[in-house]
Design a protein around this ligand. Sequence first.
Ligand code: FAD
Ligand code: MG
Ligand code: MG
Ligand code: MG
Ligand code: MG
Length: 552
Amino acid sequence: YSEANSYNGGRGHIAHADAVASEVVPKKKKVVLLGIGWAGMSFLKNLNNPNYEVQVVSPRNFFVFTPLLPSVTCGKVEPRSIVEPVRNIISKKNIDVSYSEAECVKIDPENKKIYCRDVINTNVKGEDVFAVDYDYLIVAVGAQVNTFNTPGVYENCHFLKEVDDAQKIRKNVIQSFEKASLPNLTDEERKKILHFVVVGGGPTGVEFAAELHDFVSEDVVKLYPKVKDYVKITLLEATDHILNMFDKRITSFAEGKFGRDGIDVKLGSMVTGISDKEISTKVKGDSKSSSTPYGMVLWSTGIGPRPLIKEFMKQIGQGNRRALATDEWLRVEGFNNIYALGDCATINQRKVMEDIADIFKKGDKDKSGTLTVKEFQEILNDVCERYPQVELYMKSKQVRNIADLLKEAKGDAAKESMELNIEEFKKALTEVDTQMKNLPATAQVANQQGAYLAKCFNRMEECERNPEGPPRFRAEGRHRFHPFRYRHLGQFAPLGGEQTAAQLPGDWVSIGHSSQWLWYSVYASKQVSWRTRALVVSDWIRRFIFGRDASG
Ligand code: FAD
Ligand code: MG
Ligand code: MG
Ligand code: MG
Ligand code: MG
């Protein structure tokens, strides 16, 4: 919370570096964007500053609408409908953007270079690495699946992270039914082939289990009537509940519905290993593990950092973290020209208690050594912006005004005339930091971060003209870069049978067919182009009328 790095967003340094720009045609600043997922796509879509030259580097030349990946696994939606080619997005921009289909393998911040492996020619020419220079680097490479080093996972499980994965799952599901329908099998063999296991009771695992159950009850019964009774779906969850990031009402509704549907939800069940035929699990508290034969396993237990990010964190002394640490302006800690956002990054939120003396000093305008309610009220908006936990704390305690917040420190002193010294101020805010939370790894966060960063880049010159940094407080703060602030718009959990659980802001919960319609309309509206919107909606209609396509 030093002067330079606080209210002005610490962007003064960018200006200083460029102050000597020559009078001849100024060269465009080069922005290199790694990854064209939710964060990268959102950044690119929102960037409109013609003073930048953007180079996108990403190993796949399309954006994937990940929330619809589970729908692809059983043929409700076609894979082509949920991807948008990068080149379509670029062709709509009227700024200078280029794209290279390659994977970044190393970041060299000293020389402002990245090294990339060309993923197209690798097979032809062997290792092909090239370097790209940058003025600003934006790291938005997402994360990868996490196996928690469980033996056999990579070799024997399916994942659901990419379009390829969803297509493989679809093929495998359908082939399982064909295999089980062959005449030369025993009942035991059919049971094994049609035992589908989902590991991980998070949103992805739950949605896949629901999709599979729908496929069985709506289509398989008609298409494979002879084998339908051999199907079994098991959902393994290591903790005490599935969907535990959702409201309790949603969790218990989902568990109840899955129970009625015949999906075997096993809570407190840890997977200890997977062979090509059996999956071994251990129940919480037990020392012995038991094995069950399976036909197919989907592994969806969470995410971990990609090798590039692990390596970069080691290089810059961030050690063994789960994601790259940035400040609230999404700059990688310690670097002025490297930004990171989305699933590969996490914001290092500042603690109020660490900055308490500075906050007190800022508030105490008359330098009286005490802070009045009025003085604190004046800086509250800025404090809440920098320390979102203050607002969360006030909400959680149902404290409506500052006086009530500060009162605890003073006993029952009259509110209006209350004055606090630093010790009392500290006491009043002691518990505030307990409300600090990391943002979830969701498309919603990545999307908002991309849009935020693009806005900062769109206004970069404005701030360069005013290198001293923006004025301190909101009333005067026309040039100021606000720190990133997440706005939670709610969350869905599709549960199958045209029922969805929705948890909207303010802990408003709605479960059932009506929220399924809300789900359809939200996901139609969130499509990145009219083209994919039309494709997705027509897939939905096709499925309603004709059922799923069971060729695979
Ligand atoms: P990604 O979207 O994963 O994008 C990463 C990009 O970087 C990709 O283009 C990738 O090809 C590229 N890349 C990878 N390595 C490199 C490299 N070395 N160099 C250059 N580029 C690289 N979130 C929600 O909010 N709602 C949902 O309903 C939802 N459903 C989901 C369902 C599924 C099945 C999955 C897997 C995720 C879901 N999510 C959902 C989470 C959401 O998809 C992620 O949080 C989001 O994609 C994160 O965005 P990102 O840009 O950080 O990463
Ligand atoms: Mg991205
Ligand atoms: Mg994506
Ligand atoms: Mg993140
Ligand atoms: Mg004072």
